[in-house]
Design a protein around this ligand. Structure first.
Ligand SMILES: Cc1cc2nc3c(=O)[nH]c(=O)nc-3n(C[C@H](O)[C@H](O)[C@H](O)COP(=O)(O)OP(=O)(O)OC[C@H]3O[C@@H](n4cnc5c(N)ncnc54)[C@H](O)[C@@H]3O)c2cc1C
Length: 436
């Protein structure tokens, strides 16, 4: 049996990614006894594999108030934490390359300003002044000076350390296999070796595995998992002082000089869906979204996933295969995509031509059909969910803070209605949006 501090927690959190660690931090700060249970290690999944952009641009309306307050948290973490979070508040420059892009940028800017975000329109000349070595056609863009980029694993570990210093316990190597409910109220969790840990509040922050645990307490989260790739060059002299993004490319120069680059907001075959049997669930809901985003998507039948899903259909194999994924499953890299990206980088930033690509990694992220996060109470009383639709590094700290308020004060300080995790009980279709 796992040697767990049974029944000492007021709140149990499943998953030590940026969501779970941020929530633990804000709860511990309020003196709440909190335990985080993590099957691998802190930041071992999406929060350790993300690109690390922290930005207000290309957001959907309901996310804007979260980003407005969220960016203050990023700043306060950088100033107040004992260890470096890796956040560089260098500003985010979104570049419009065509008049059509510029029209979209202006509309996005108007929305952001209305929500009180610090985002400014910039001219083509200002873009060139900000990044003189940039060689792309530029119509103008927006600059959000308070945004920037981070090392997501470093940030998540820094938040985890601060939470622990405040008294939170983070226990790794423990897989949660079930959420206990008694009389309509969350009562604790079960672990892979049959241990029972009781607590009146349970929060599911399990990233791409969140839907499986949510299903056990009757909450449908029709999430799909997509695979993305991030790349970094060897170290270079300073060339990009801001975090830069356009439809075709994203570039950020890390403190060691390495240029981290990825596709922009649009990219042929940018996201990969690894298909197992589970991928065919709720297809009528997803088909219009796949269709609208067909240029950005590619599909690959994954034998590991088919095998896993098949075994889950067999008696007694459900938990074994349901929660350890993707330990049995390698995250492949699309080398053609990586080469094409590097060619694009060399074209728009000639200074990068002599640089080798040094680090390449891929990771899984989750997506709900309306591309908004799920944040808040769901299913039995005392059960909460924090789960993102991509972009969860930027939103992780504020989501943690708001759910801590919900648990401790009875309601969050920002309206989270649009993120209600229960919304997919009744939704049969959503108006499809373009992935950004
Ligand atoms: C390639 C890539 C690039 C990205 N780029 C960006 C970006 O630039 N900006 C941005 O804002 N976001 C970005 N994202 C998205 C972002 O990484 C995620 O939205 C965010 O990290 C999700 O955090 P999380 O804490 O919800 O999930 P995770 O970080 O996945 O954490 C979930 C944790 O739960 C644990 N767990 C799961 N099941 C169980 C269980 N049953 N028992 C115990 N533990 C369990 C897992 O091991 C994991 O550690 C990117 C993602 C990818 C993959």
């Amino acid at each position: 049996m796992t040697n767990l501090p049974l029944d000492e927690a007021e709140v149990l959190i499943i998953g030590a990614g940026i969501a779970g660690c941020s929530l633990a931090y804000f709860l511990a700060k309020r003196g709440v006894r909190v335990i985080v249970l993590e099957k691998w290690d802190v930041a071992s999944e999406a929060s350790g594999r993300a690109g690390g952009g922290v930005r207000s641009q290309n957001r959907q309306g309901p996310e804007l108030p979260l980003m407005k307050e969220g960016i203050d948290l990023w700043q306060s973490f950088s100033r107040g934490f004992k260890t470096d979070t890796g956040f560089m508040q260098c500003g985010n420059l979104y570049v419009a390359e065509t008049p059509e892009d510029m029209a979209e940028v202006e509309a996005d800017h108007a929305k952001a300003r209305q929500a009180g975000l610090d985002v400014h329109l910039v001219t083509a000349r200002q873009v060139k002044e900000l990044v003189p070595s940039l060689e792309m056609s530029v119509q103008g863009g927006t600059l959000s000076p308070r945004d920037g980029h981070t090392d997501p694993a470093q940030t998540t570990r820094a938040i985890a350390r601060e939470a622990q210093e405040l008294g939170a316990r983070i226990i790794t190597g423990v897989t949660v296999t079930d959420i206990l409910v008694q009389g309509g109220t969350a009562a604790g969790i079960l672990t892979h070796d049959g241990s029972l840990v009781k607590a009146p509040i349970v929060v599911n922050c399990a990233g791409v595995w969140a839907p499986r645990l949510a299903k056990k307490v009757g909450v449908p989260l029709p999430m799909k998992t997509i695979r993305g790739v991030t790349t970094t060059t060897e170290s270079a002299n300073p060339v990009v002082p801001v975090s830069l993004r356009s439809k075709r490319i994203s570039i950020a120069q890390r403190p060691n000089g390495g240029l981290r680059f990825a596709d922009g907001t649009v990219g042929k075959g940018k996201y990969c869906y690894d298909l197992g049997l589970e991928a065919f669930e709720r297809i009528p809901l997803w088909f219009p979204i796949f269709w609208v985003n067909r240029q950005e998507l590619k599909f690959r039948l994954n034998p590991d996933l088919v095998r896993r899903d098949f075994l889950r259909l067999l008696k007694n194999s459900r938990d074994r295969w349901g929660y350890e994924f993707p330990s049995h499953y390698t995250l492949p890299i699309d080398w053609k995509q990586v080469r094409k990206r590097k060619q694009r980088l060399d074209k728009v930033l000639p200074a990068a031509r002599s640089l080798r690509t040094e680090l390449i990694w891929s990771g899984l992220t989750n997506m709900l059909p309306d591309m908004l996060p799920a944040i808040g109470p769901a299913g039995p009383k005392g059960h909460y969910i924090i789960s993102f639709s991509g972009k969860g590094i930027s939103l992780g700290p504020i989501a943690g803070k708001l759910v801590a308020e919900w648990i401790a004060d009875g309601r969050p300080s920002i309206d989270l209605m649009a993120f209600d995790p229960n919304r997919f009980r009744s939704i049969r279709s959503v108006s499809p949006k373009v992935y950004r």
